[in-house]
Structures are given as C-alpha cells and as structure tokens.
Ligand binder design. Structure first.
Ligand code: AMP
Length: 430
C-alpha cells in the first residue's frame, strides 16, 4: 500500500523509514533529507493510509479534514487531540478517569494562581495550557521563580495565547518513562517503552528541550509497570474519551513519572514521541503499516512484536537550541556517519543550500540512531556516528543512555525483568 506521512522532522523520517520496509511511502512536506518528500498538501494527495506526525496539525483538525474526504487516517481528530492541545482539559479527563496524576489547578488570573503555588510543598511546576513545543514547562524549587513564570506566561509575552491559561502542579519525583500506545478507538496496544532526555545539557542540566536523545528497551519498564500504566492510565483514559463521544484512533503517548507511590501521568501526547519514535520503531519486527492501518480502520487485532536489539538515539542540535538556534551551517560528515555499523541518521531540521548540500535549519538537526545487541553497543555506535558529523556550534549530550548501559553491564544484560514483546496483552476499554 501507499502510506502518506505528514510532517517534516526526525520522527516523520523514522516513520517513513520503518514503513518503507513493506510499503511505498511519501512524506509531506518532509524535508530535503527525507526521501520521497513532496510539497503537495496531504488533502491533495492520494494514499491508502495517512499518518499524521506532529501535534500541531492534529490539534488543528487535519485528521478530521482528511477523514471528511473519505481517507483512512491514523491520528486523532481535533476532539481527541485536545488532550495535548489543552493541559487543563487533559487534567480534567485524567481526574474523571481516575488516573493517578499530580495535584493541580488551572488559572487565568495571577492572584489565585500565586495563592495555589503557596499551598504546594517545595517543588513547583508551572505549565502553559496550550502547545509550546515542549518548552512551556517550568520545574523549580524556587517559589519566586515559579511566581515569575506564572506572571510571564499569563501576560502572553512568553508563549502567546498558549500561556494565557496556566496549569500549576505539585512537583513529583522519580524516574520518567514514556509509554506509547496505539489505539483503534476501543482498544490499546503498548509499543516497547522508551526513555527520553529532556534537558539540554549533560547530567540533566540546562533548559527543557523537545528531547535530546532516547533509548529502548527500558529495564525499569517491566511487565508489572507496563501493566499498571496500560490498565491504570491508558485504558481508563480511552474509556473516558469514548464516554465523551471521542473515537480516538492514533497514538496515546503517556509521559509518566515512576513515583514512590506508583506511576503517575505527567502528560498525554497525541502522536508518536520525538525522539522516542527513532528508537522504538526501528526495533519493531511486525509490520508497522499493517498495525497503523488496522488502528485507523478501528479494527486492531494483532499485537506488535519487537526484536531484542537495543536502540539509542542521540539528537544532534544546533548552537543555541532551544532558545535561539543558529541555522544555515553546512552539515559535514553525513555520509561517513551513515556508514557506521548499525546506524541510521534521521534528518530533522535540515534544508538544502541549493548546491546539493544539507544545511542546518532548526534546533534539532539530526537524530543518530545506533542499534546493537545491547544498550552499550547501540550507544557506542550512535556516538561513533556522531563523531563523524561537523558544523559550527554543533551540540549533543554525551550521556544519553550512559547510566542505563552501565547498569545493564553491571546486571549482566539489559533484558533483566523486562517483558518479552508478546508477553503483554491488553484489552482496552470496550
Ligand atoms: P510535560 O510537557 O508535562 O511532560 O512536562 C515536561 C517535563 O517537565 C516532564 O518530562 C518532566 O520532566 C517535567 N514535569 C512535568 N510535570 C511535572 C511534575 N508534576 N513534577 C515534576 N516534574 C514535572
């Protein structure tokens, strides 16, 4: 079949790459580093299946417009995409569904927001209600800084209308985990979990970013944890959406914190994670296109299966990311990087210089995914490929998957305690 992937980043490149194992793929608008990119809008293209990558078009109702044309679409309509488009609405759904999450309040005025901050216990979280490319979140131990963020967000200066409602939460602690579930409106199946790295600098220092790297599998995400997440969060959420008349066909991506009192949902995204996709999908053994087509048709019967290989992706960013990325630099060493064993380089923020060379054109420029029999090998392959790349101010984190790879070596393998791919079977809300 022909699949049309909508979007232009590293996630879409990874989707196209893995779908391309068994399907013909076109990508719109794509980018000059993604094969078969076309400028024609999705609404003017013909394909057997449309897969919408980014949250922006989903929140804007692109999936609805395509469905109205009779097309088969993987991706929620605007009604379901509101889970990501409004954190306040998402929190309402979580509370209604009884899903464990941080205590919170939503505010449009500074005075009650500041009063609510005062009731919290030493770790303060302030978020924009609307979309802010993963950057509208402040986590701080300083009440003053949290208060400043509230005023700044509400003023519209920092994130425009996205910040005119703020969500304030108690701070949670624990390791983070992303679980991506594929939903057909009634039922959800989990993909292999991944862990991402949000902060810009080594040691989880620096600003929050869209993500600087990821790895999969995740030893902490054993069968029990995944079962808790699917039964305690994803299934009740899908049921709550269904009760609201929302037929959710797409990815429900739970961002979780594994707190001492169990997994709690920090947020839902309504699409594949970026860069989690770049480690999860290459590990898939079963046919991605068939799974997404079945979900889009509301009739998913198969469980996805995954190989035992590990994957590590390192995001190669431009100088100044996330605040003000420098663009327009020629990317050197791409061909050499692609020759490293087990490595695939996905193009995220790239443009063409008109002379056949790729130049940097965004904050996150490339995603270098290494695969191997264990995390340590996958990681060293990814970093060996990163070492081939060059442009002025190029920036990577050096510690992606480092602790996990070391822990796996200490424990004699990274498979300890984690589920086998077919072990977990989940029947979602009916
Ligand atoms: P979100 O966009 O809601 O996932 O937030 C982005 C990041 O902020 C998360 O990946 C966490 O690292 C952090 N974060 C969000 N909510 C909380 C919370 N309630 N407590 C602690 N950290 C949080």
């Amino acid at each position: 079949m022909t699949v049309c992937v909508v979007g232009s980043g590293g996630r879409e490149h990874a989707l196209a790459h893995v779908l391309g194992r068994s399907d013909d793929v076109i990508v719109t608008p794509g980018n000059p580093g993604i094969p078969h990119s076309v400028a024609t809008p999705a609404t003017e293209l013909e394909a057997d299946l449309f897969v919408v990558g980014p949250e922006g078009p989903l929140v804007d109702g692109l999936a609805d417009r395509l469905r109205a044309q009779g097309k088969l679409v993987f991706g929620p309509g605007a009604d379901g995409a509101r889970l990501e488009g409004s954190k306040a609405w998402m929190k309402d759904v979580l509370v209604e569904a009884g899903v464990p999450t941080a205590r919170h309040g939503a505010f449009t005025e500074a005075a009650p927001a500041l009063a609510f901050l005062d009731t919290l216990d030493g770790l303060y979280v302030v978020k924009t209600d609307g979309l802010a490319a993963g950057k509208g979140v402040i986590v701080t131990t300083s009440l003053a800084e949290a208060g400043d963020a509230v005023t700044e967000f509400l003023s519209g200066r920092a994130f425009g209308d996205a910040g005119r409602t703020v969500v304030i939460e108690e701070g949670l602690t624990g390791p983070e985990l992303s679980v991506l579930a594929v939903c057909d409106g009634k039922r959800a199946v989990a993909l292999e979990p991944a862990q991402d790295f949000k902060r810009a600098l080594d040691g989880d220092a620096g600003a929050n970013t869209g993500g600087m790297g990821a790895y999969s599998p995740v030893a902490a995400a054993d069968t029990d944890v995944l079962g808790l997440v699917m039964d305690g969060a994803v299934a009740p959420t899908l049921a709550a959406l269904k009760a609201r008349g929302i037929d959710y066909r797409g990815v429900l991506y739970a961002g979780l914190m594994l707190t001492p009192s169990g997994p709690k949902v920090l947020e839902y995204n309504v699409r594949f994670g970026d860069p989690e996709t770049q480690v999860v999908l290459p590990r898939m053994q079963s046919d991605l296109g068939a799974l997404l087509r079945a979900a889009a048709a509301g009739d998913m019967r198969e469980e996805p299966t995954f190989g035992s290989d590990a994957a590590v992706t390192v995001v190669v960013a431009a100088e100044g990311y996330p605040r003000a990325p420098r663009t327009g630099d020629v990317i050197e060493g791409l061909a050499e990087a692609r020759q490293v064993e087990g490595v695939t380089v996905f193009c995220a923020g790239v443009a063409s210089d008109g002379a056949g060379r790729l130049v940097t054109a965004g904050g996150r420029v490339l995603d270098v995914t290494g695969m191997g029999p264990d995390l340590a090998t996958a990681r060293s392959r990814a970093y060996a490929a990163v070492a081939c790349l060059r442009w002025p101010g190029m920036h990577v984190r050096h510690d992606i998957a480092a602790a996990a790879a070391d822990a796996a070596v200490d424990h004699g393998g990274d498979g300890d305690g984690r589920r086998t791919p077919t072990e977990y079977h989940h029947e979602g809300a009916n």
